[in-house]
Design a protein around this ligand. Structure first.
Ligand code: FES
Length: 117
């Protein structure tokens, strides 16, 4: 597919998987993970209000570590945040993200009930 980017996703079990996300549908990265059936809940629908789409960015050259105000406020209240933490719902899909590597953050207690991956 031409209008797709490839992202490598390290799951919560340490396994890596390459996924494709279309760049022409106005998606954010959280939605891109969901359409690839990865275990990201996106409970708040992408409003930076749940942190269920939290990942660690392993390719800072492709995905900025700069967080917007709402995202920072949510991450301030989230467990296990690292310097490379981002909320994927706040990352619009663009061709520049092609080849990026991210890692799903561990589930917090409030997200129990979802299988580890
Ligand atoms: S989907 Fe809720 S913070 Fe990203």
């Amino acid at each position: 597919m031409n209008d797709c980017i490839k992202i490598s996703v390290i799951g919560r079990d340490g396994n890596k998987q390459d996924i494709e996300i279309p760049t022409d549908m106005g998606l954010n990265l959280m939605e891109g993970l969901k359409i690839n059936e990865l275990p990201v809940e996106g409970t708040c629908g992408g409003m930076a209000m749940c942190a269920s789409c939290h990942v660690f960015v392993h390719s800072k050259d492709l995905i900025s570590l700069e967080r917007n105000e709402d995202e920072q406020a949510m991450l301030d209240d989230t467990e296990g945040v690292e310097d490379n933490s981002r909320l994927t719902c706040q990352i619009p899909i663009s061709p520049e993200l092609d080849g990026a590597i991210i890692e799903l953050a561990p589930l917090s207690d409030s997200e129990d009930g979802q299988d580890d991956w």
